[in-house]
Design a protein around this ligand. Structure first.
Ligand code: ADP
Length: 247
């Protein structure tokens, strides 16, 4: 009885935390829009005539602001999922369309480092899925942006897809990056788990993306996993139910 009571209390506390986070993140986003919006205006308004140093300072505001906004958005998603406030729209969608869109949106991510994103999936015969198209795209964008971020200069990111025997479509995102050591495999989907730096100082990422992706995919009755070899690269894959899968 004591154990049951302790468990109920823990669940209540966890729910309260998620609800608090969901409302806090929402409130935090509004002022961030003002910070970023006005910083961008200062940078682009021809009448402001910023000196080089001032321009540099404004760039720091924008860079830091964008990072914070990304973090807030991730925490908002995460807490919404945990508090069961996330509504999904499950419908029949053409997987090729979503993959092509996600590839198009991420094509420029690798420009500066000469990394190309190759889509070997969406030209093939279309596969219909039963899923939430916006969340599906969000998950793909997360995996592609990681594959770019943790790639080496001049590297390649390749998307592939194939149907599984049990009624899912597996889409894989393969990179030619640093790879992940076997000893780090276990914690990959844990929140704030980052292999390359302290989450409070590293500006490139937040360490929440994979956690959110996993929770979203599982909410859509899907599965997620990866394999990786140090020095060679990683393949992250997601599997979502085919429209014909009535289980
Ligand atoms: P973020 O990228 O914001 O740090 P994620 O949750 O997306 O957060 O990823 C967590 C960590 O997993 C990253 O910091 C990185 O160390 C590692 N990681 C993710 N994707 C890859 C990849 N494709 N190759 C190598 N490491 C990766």
């Amino acid at each position: 009885e004591q154990l049951l009571e302790a468990r109920d209390q823990a669940e209540k506390a966890s729910k309260a935390k998620s609800e608090f986070l969901a409302s806090m993140s929402h409130e935090l986003r509004t002022p961030m829009n003002a910070v970023l919006g006005f910083a961008q205006m200062m940078q682009y308004d021809p009448r402001t005539n910023l000196s080089e140093i001032q321009n540099n300072h404004v760039s720091h505001i924008i860079e830091g602001g964008n990072h914070l906004l990304e973090l807030i958005n991730d925490v908002l998603d995460l807490s919404k999922i945990e508090a069961d406030h996330l509504s999904l729209t499950l419908e029949q969608i053409d997987s090729a369309e979503i993959v092509a869109d996600a590839v198009l949106m991420s094509a420029s991510l690798g420009n500066a480092r000469n990394i190309t994103v190759v889509d070997k999936f969406s030209d093939a015969a279309s596969v219909m899925l039963q899923t939430d198209s916006m969340r599906f795209k969000q998950c793909l964008l997360n995996l592609i942006s990681n594959a770019v971020k943790y790639n080496k200069d001049g590297g390649v990111v390749t998307l592939n897809g194939q149907e599984t025997e049990d009624g899912f479509l597996r889409i894989s995102v393969t990179d030619t990056g640093l790879g992940i050591a076997k000893r780090d495999f276990a914690g990959m989907f844990q929140m704030f788990h980052r292999l390359n730096g302290d989450p409070t100082v590293a500006k490139e990422g937040t360490g929440i993306g994979l956690t959110v992706t996993k929770l979203l995919i599982e909410r859509m009755a899907g599965r997620i996993g990866f394999d990786s070899e140090e020095g060679v690269g990683s393949t992250f894959w997601i599997e979502l139910p085919l429209a014909s899968n009535h289980n």
